[in-house]
Design a protein around this ligand. Structure first.
Ligand code: SF4
Length: 460
């Protein structure tokens, strides 16, 4: 006898692929590989309260009563719409949430309820009522047909770390135990959606500056005896880093690179995540970063194995609820190799290839692949800043096979012509943002004051 379908299912996007590029035939396998921890916390919470939760894909959504959709980044809306318009009809309630859920205005036709922030404290009530055809309400969620642009919505906060150990990636090689060590971050970098929307819950003995699953450490807490393989600088110059709240001076960076090369037992590669294209950024900012490499390499004794630095550059995305929410987005053509070219100009030992901009005695550095294209960045910015009146435009682009099959530069041309993409990239006023009334952990007045200070320092 066939087991009945669970009333609740986590939606797995059809088009998501594993890191190896193969498509998954079964939603559960895809989910396991993707390590969606937030969705896993909700699944665990519901299961412990007697609600069976399964997985579903676009062809089977009508077998469940409640579909949970995780939007992990704003750019996923495009794919969601592409799939959502083809879902079979049925009596199901679509609940969207996830780490990337902020702006909902142009996406109202595609879901029933949106939930901001941590939902484990009310998910059982919300889902239970939805199964019975009723509506649970609080300030952390919005029913699409009741959306009010004048109302205030808030990110839900967790009171404590999740008390149970979860196993994520169950069917993959990346299977691992997940224990939540802390929530939020004391640093509050100006671009960081996570820290401005999560109240810190940092138990004694935890630093609160670690991603619990990736071992991504902050540059100023590096243990050189056991260094992280991934960390972030998030700004090319000291001026920018200190202004946006990333306290890494040039001296710290130079010393850190030298020590990673000479002291650490691990002398392979380190990946540095970086954010570029802040307002006011200039050539001189790139000169500073190149000079840190020049100095770090010059201070090192010769003859030992070199440390490789992979610099991963992402342009600033003005996330809502952060002090940089209104920032202008650089809408010039942007491609991998561009930042390497800027750095090579000031490098004392430029590398041989397009992406290899430093090749010293003890250090070498490249710009890594995976740099998002200008079209990808602008698609994300549109998802963050579009309004209800842009819904038809978004639907047209999302459902255009021609657009998604086109090369990235062609997509950018289309976005400029059809969406006047630059209008989403300009500097905004707070009241113009569709997320102006969405609150993270501080009132909007505090964000505005912080933003004023940051912009005054950037342009001083
Ligand atoms: S970017 Fe990292 S260090 Fe900065 S606030 Fe966010 S989590 Fe903390």
């Amino acid at each position: 006898m066939n087991r009945p379908e669970p009333a609740v299912a986590i939606y797995v996007f059809k088009g998501l692929r594993s890191t190896k590029g193969q498509k998954y035939s079964h939603p559960a396998a895809c989910h396991d590989e993707l390590l969606w921890i937030g969705a896993e916390v909700l699944r665990d919470t519901l299961s412990r309260n007697g609600v069976d939760v399964g997985y579903t894909g676009p062809a089977t959504v009508n077998r469940n009563k409640v579909i949970l959709v995780s939007i992990t980044a704003a750019r996923e809306w495009w794919q969601f719409i592409r799939e959502r318009v083809r879902w079979p009809d049925g009596k199901y309630t679509v609940i969207v949430g996830g780490a990337g859920l902020t702006n909902i205005e142009p996406f109202l036709p595609y879901f029933d309820c949106a939930v901001w922030g941590r939902a484990e404290s009310f998910i059982c009530e919300l889902v239970g009522q939805a199964i019975d055809g009723k509506r649970y309400r609080n300030a952390n969620l919005c029913w699409a047909d009741e959306y009010d642009p004048g109302a205030t919505y808030r990110f839900s906060q967790a009171e404590s770390v999740y008390p149970r150990t979860l196993v994520v990636g169950g069917k993959s090689k990346r299977k691992q135990k997940w224990i939540e060590r802390a929530i939020g971050c004391r640093s509050k970098c100006a671009f960081c959606l996570y820290s401005w929307t999560h109240n810190p819950v940092i138990p004694a003995g935890e630093s609160g500056q670690f991603n619990t699953i990736c071992r991504e450490g902050t540059f100023w807490t590096i243990d050189y005896a056991d260094p992280p393989r991934v960390t972030a600088i998030d700004g090319v110059s000291e001026r920018i880093r200190l202004t946006i709240g990333k306290p890494i001076t040039n001296e710290m960076l130079t010393e850190g690179l030298a020590r990673l090369s000479s002291e650490s037992p691990y002398r392979g590669r380190i990946k540095l995540f970086n954010i570029v294209r802040y307002p006011s950024e200039k050539q001189d900012d790139y000169r500073e970063l190149a000079e840190c490499f020049n100095r770090a390499d010059g201070d090192l004794p010769r003859g030992r194995k070199a440390l490789g630095v992979e610099l991963s550059n992402t342009p600033l995305i003005p996330e809502p609820c952060t002090p940089l929410a209104c920032a202008e987005v650089c809408a010039n053509q942007y491609a991998q190799g561009h930042i390497a070219a800027l750095l090579r100009q000031y490098s004392e030992h430029p590398g041989q290839t397009k992406y290899h901009y430093f090749s010293g005695q003890r250090l070498w550095a490249i710009e890594t692949g995976g740099t998002p294209s200008l079209a990808s960045i602008v698609l994300e910015v549109i998802a963050l800043r579009a309004k209800r009146e842009d819904a038809e435009l978004i639907r047209r682009i999302a459902c255009s096979t021609r657009f998604w099959n086109a090369p990235r530069p062609r997509q950018w041309v289309t976005l400029r012509a059809e969406a006047q993409a630059e209008r989403f990239c300009r500097r905004y006023y707070w009241d113009e943002l569709p997320t102006a009334n969405l609150l993270g952990v501080v009132p909007r007045r505090v964000l505005e004051e912080k933003a004023e200070q940051i912009f005054a320092r950037l342009f001083a």
